[in-house]
Design a binder for this molecule. Structure first.
Ligand SMILES: [Zn+2]
Ligand SMILES: [Zn+2]
Length: 105
């Protein structure tokens, strides 16, 4: 995996010195500085939704409010649409049937 973009990230880090967190529910965003990360809201002040601050896969921060896929590992960080578009389904989780019980256990 090429790291040619590292300098770019570093430049951006220096110039902007900041990242963004986005609400997974309403899409609202806020900027945050790495040195003040512990002050970043973990829930959205507008709707109470969870704020996504770092990639859940590789833990890299991101700098675009519209980032859907991680800039670093390219994995999807959140649903491409917020609740304003298509509701994120919280129910409908797959329930697994317990494995057949072994009478010999
Ligand atoms: Zn929100
Ligand atoms: Zn990632």
């Amino acid at each position: 995996m090429g790291k040619a973009s590292d300098w770019l990230r570093e430049e951006r880090r220096k110039v902007l010195g900041q990242w963004v967190a986005v609400c997974v529910d309403c899409g609202g965003g806020r900027r945050w500085f790495e040195e003040f990360e512990d002050q970043v809201d973990v829930t959205c002040t507008a709707c109470g939704g969870a704020m996504l601050r770092r990639c859940p896969h590789c833990n890299e921060p991101f700098s675009s409010l519209f980032a859907v896929d991680c800039e670093e590992c390219a994995k999807p960080m959140r649903a491409a649409t917020t609740k304003i578009g298509i509701p994120i389904r919280k129910q409908g989780a797959v329930t697994f049937k317990p494995p057949r019980e072994d009478p010999d256990a």
